[in-house]
Design a binder for this molecule. Structure first.
Ligand code: NAD
Ligand code: ZN
Length: 244
């Protein structure tokens, strides 16, 4: 991989960096992205058929089962070299914000501390009637568990298609984006709003945009630096070159 020589000292002297991550960062840990086909009996469904409030209303058991499997899978896998490199980057940058669309918690497992979860986290559930969020609950096979306070169904604490993002998280992400010197967009297709708008907001407010992805994305024509390849390979190399 060729790292443009001016980028190394620039990154080293950047006090404020934001990294936006997507499903591509967890792909090398063995978690599927939205584009990878689902396995087995799930192959007949599209994520859009399962990750919506309407789907939960219609078939709560099916949606619960889908998330129960994803939770199990996320608990079995390990952070990869990309997650670890981002945690390392945070140790060198005075103001580092990791904004993630992932719901698997792997950034935290890798040691990242300042993590903004835009789409929630599958390890938590919340009452579908709004009583609150629970991180511990009893998972009963094939059944959506109920809220200890009101008896309504519990649901994963994630943002489904058509739902609003958690306001505090979005505000924190926007604030960090507006004030950063460098903005990384890593392993995200840039199709899911409003997260997809953050890189362009960073650019408008003067940040240098860096993208890491195995494929070109709608964002690619707007970035200053594009590294094509796997996050688990590019990130460690970049971190080593700049702060190693
Ligand atoms: P996406 O699936 O739409 O896009 C993934 C992107 O990653 C693609 O552009 C792909 O080219 C790229 N990619 C794949 N492997 C890569 C690798 N090894 N290194 C670098 N790039 C790689 O995912 P998204 O943009 O995050 O948005 C879709 C939604 O999916 C989000 O809302 C997110 O909450 C949800 N989601 C989360 C997880 C997770 O938590 N692990 C998994 C699937 C989907
Ligand atoms: Zn309740």
């Amino acid at each position: 991989m060729e790292i443009p020589s001016e980028l190394i000292p620039f990154l080293r002297s950047s006090g404020r960096i934001v990294a936006l991550t997507g499903a591509g960062v967890s792909q090398e840990s063995g978690l599927r992205t939205f584009r990878d086909p689902m396995e087995g009996l799930w192959a007949q469904y599209r994520p859009e058929d399962l990750a919506t409030p309407e789907a939960f209303e219609r078939t709560p058991e099916l949606v619960w089962e889908f998330y129960a499997r994803r939770r199990l899978k996320a608990g079995e896998v390990q952070p990869n070299a990309g997650h670890l490199a981002l945690a390392e980057m945070e140790r060198h940058v005075p103001h580092f914000t990791l904004v993630t669309q992932n719901v698997d918690g792997l950034h935290q497992s890798a040691g990242s501390e300042n993590v903004v979860e835009l789409h929630g986290n599958i390890t938590r559930v919340k009452c579908s009637h709004g009583c609150g969020v629970f991180s511990e609950w009893e998972e009963i096979q094939g059944k959506a568990p109920t809220c200890p306070a009101c008896g309504a169904k519990l649901r994963p604490d994630v943002v489904w298609f058509g739902e609003m993002l958690p306001g505090d998280e979005l505000a924190t992400a926007v604030q960090a984006t507006r004030t950063c010197a460098v903005f990384f967009s890593i392993g995200t297709s840039g199709l899911v709003q409003p997260a997809a708008a953050l890189p362009l907001l960073a650019k408008q407010t003067g940040a240098v945009l860096v993208e890491i992805n195995t494929e070109l994305t709608p964002l690619t024509p707007s970035v200053d630096y594009f590294f094509q390849g796997k996050a688990g390979e590019i990130l460690p190399e970049l971190v080593r070159a700049v702060w190693g």
